[in-house]
Design a protein around this ligand. Structure first.
Ligand code: SF4
Ligand code: SF4
Length: 339
């Protein structure tokens, strides 16, 4: 079924990403030529990319068959460096009637716009275009404006993803006025993001003040898994998890679509991950064996998550008992939320 094009804005995407089973992220490639010094996934011009297209095509076909899934994000790296993979994924997923959200730097707008790029932009429902002082060293202002105009020209909604630094935000607003005039909100909205001390970002951004373990809430990112081009499936979109082979609890290398299906089901039913999603990480620090984490400071929820997972694996059988109790509480909580 070929869908008719519809506008997809940030709030609707956010809702899909918070609803278990409604969305997933397809990590198209590690490769990116932009070279931002703060890149959280450490993408480089020579990073790995799709080498087995029949495996990748199988992954895309599996995505298309998921009837409950409404929204597919395509990210990387820079998806546009992977022309064959991107055109294959976009054509099939759009044809399956799913909404597509594409994440890009807009580097492709430095050259004359190719027909295949226009066709990709036509078929997607929203583009997240990233910019800041790090991107703009390679994707200059003129190219950013050209990229924004090219996306809007295909009737595709734009979310400008920008670091929440006042001067950077002011500059983006000026560039959007240049692209669309004073009425740029008819074409685009801004999504302000905090700097991430992950990947190359570790050496660029200062540590921000953290929070006590007990003050962290639920992890909402477990509702939307990530499938990499090489068959690695992650329970969440934390960059460490996507990149780091040692994060075994949250990522699996899959060799078949059956493996992908099983991995996603395992993540969805894992007692500890269920507890992260429904009980909240702060509440877990109130349980025996974890109380020292309650008053410890953590820079973000993912670092507390790592500490809890490590502690759980050190606890052996008593950790398993605790997990069973957490599972019961999480199921009760899930039941109450749904009735
Ligand atoms: S454009 Fe994105 S993926 Fe590429 S280097 Fe910059 S932050 Fe990394
Ligand atoms: S808190 Fe844990 S499960 Fe949630 S996004 Fe971070 S690493 Fe993933």
């Amino acid at each position: 079924m070929l869908k008719s094009k519809r506008t997809l804005k940030f709030d609707e995407i956010h809702l899909a990403r918070q609803t278990p089973g409604r969305s997933l992220l397809l990590f198209m490639t590690d490769r990116c030529p932009v070279g931002c010094s703060h890149c959280s996934v450490d993408s480089r011009p020579n990073s790995p990319t799709i080498s087995d297209f029949s495996q990748f095509e199988g992954i895309v076909k599996w995505i298309c068959r998921q009837s409950y899934l409404t929204t597919v994000g395509i990210t990387g790296g820079e998806p546009f460096v992977e022309r064959r993979g991107l055109t294959l994924a976009v054509a099939n997923i759009a044809h399956a009637g799913k909404d597509i959200v594409l994440y890009t730097s807009g580097i492709w707008a430095k050259a004359k716009l190719s027909q295949w790029i226009k066709e990709v932009l036509q078929q997607v429902n929203c583009v997240f275009l990233s910019t800041d002082s790090f991107h703009s060293k390679t994707v200059d202002d003129e190219s950013f404006v050209k990229a924004a105009q090219a996306i809007a020209a295909e009737g595709t909604w734009l979310v400008i993803q920008v670091l929440a630094f006042p001067e950077t935000v002011r500059k983006v607003r000026r560039l959007l006025e240049k692209a669309f005039g004073g009425e740029y909100s008819n074409y685009a909205e801004l999504n302000l993001v905090q700097p991430l001390r992950i990947g190359r970002g570790v050496s660029v951004f200062d540590e921000r003040p953290g929070k006590l373990g007990q003050d962290f809430g639920r992890c909402s990112l477990l509702a939307s898994p990530v499938i990499r081009y090489d068959g690695v499936v992650s329970a969440c979109c934390n960059e460490h998890v996507i990149m780091d082979r040692n994060e075994q609890k949250l990522r699996r290398l899959c060799h078949s679509n059956q493996d992908i299906e099983q991995s996603i089901l395992d993540f969805k039913t894992d007692p500890l991950l269920q507890a992260f999603a429904h009980i909240g990480l702060g509440n877990i620090t109130g349980l025996p064996g974890f109380t020292d984490l309650a008053n410890q400071e953590f820079p973000n929820i993912c670092s507390l998550c790592k500490s809890i997972r490590q502690r759980m694996s050190e606890m052996g059988d008593s950790g398993n008992d605790l997990v069973s109790i957490l599972n019961f509480i999480a199921l009760e909580d899930n039941y109450e939320n749904n009735h």
